[in-house]
Ligand binder design. Sequence first.
Ligand SMILES: Nc1nc2c(ncn2[C@@H]2O[C@H](COP(=O)(O)OP(=O)(O)OP(=O)(O)O)[C@@H](O)[C@H]2O)c(=O)[nH]1
Ligand SMILES: [Mg+2]
Length: 330
Amino acid sequence: MLRIFRKNKNKPGAVQDVQLRPAEQSGLDPLEQRLEDTRRQLGKRLGALLTGRSSIDEDLLDEIETTLITSDIGVQAALEIVENLRAGISNRVITEPKQVLPAVQAELFELIEPCEQFLAVDEGKKPFVIFMVGVNGAGKTTTIGKLAQRFKEDGLSVMLAAGDTFRAAAVEQLKSWGERNDIPVVAQNTGADSAAVIFDALQSAKARNIDVLIADTAGRLHTQHNLMEELKKINRVMGRIDPEAPHETMLVVDAGTGQNAVNQAREFNQAVGLTGITITKLDGTARGGVLFGIAHELGIPIRFIGVGEAAKDLRPFDAGSFVNAILPID
Ligand SMILES: Nc1nc2c(ncn2[C@@H]2O[C@H](COP(=O)(O)OP(=O)(O)OP(=O)(O)O)[C@@H](O)[C@H]2O)c(=O)[nH]1
Ligand SMILES: [Mg+2]
């Protein structure tokens, strides 16, 4: 069981200790190990601010605020958290330094818990279409491979659409994931129209009664207007076959881009209306705090986190495990 502090909504600063059942855990490396850099950046620095302290003062709150801001949580979210701590102190709910970390943990958990919404494939939609978007190198194609394997293991039939027609290597990359897992990949030549490839794939998936179709797209910057328009076109074209498709529009962002990940999420959301986000490469960055920035500003469901290159390293986002891994309370 996982222990986490939750806010007591009626009393600023007050927390209660609750037990949660983590979503998925057996046989995997503990998340703390994979998120070690972020834990050092956030949890350890906050812990160090409080060690050996006998009282709480305004300097401490300032230092907490700085630590949160420099951990990519975002200025607004950091200010709100510290404001809530201040309210707890002035109410005399928080009177001792040892109450501060549990209160911060409870604030972080409260902020991000609404984004814990697992991606449920609706088997009534055949195929359930997942449309993957994001900037270059964010981890889209790798995430598709990992997702495909996960769905297959769950007993679903999967098809992939090689909608990244910019680079020959992109099609090869997808095909090799497909071959490894015995999953069909619909592709055309480099330079083909991405919307046409995805249209064909959707038609074929429908004809073959496939459960899940995952469409890859070329990486693009949210500032490239024409390329963002192309995503809208792909959406329209899919709509001709199934007005409800795509059922999930998932942004893939690299956690290491820090605050820029929040900008990407905002812009892609404006262009194509995101229904989910996957945040990759949390294993190689200290900037995992950005999940809170995304949660605070956009509130879009965080479906998965990538904590390594292997398929098992794509984990469903579990708010309690995440917060506990980066800010453990002894
Ligand atoms: N360590 C680590 N590496 C990852 C993770 N996710 C993806 N990668 C690596 O990131 C690199 C880029 O991944 P791709 O999947 O090719 O990214 P992409 O978004 O498809 O890139 P483009 O198609 O060029 O836009 C690859 O070397 C992946 O192995 C992760 O969670 N952790
Ligand atoms: Mg790719």
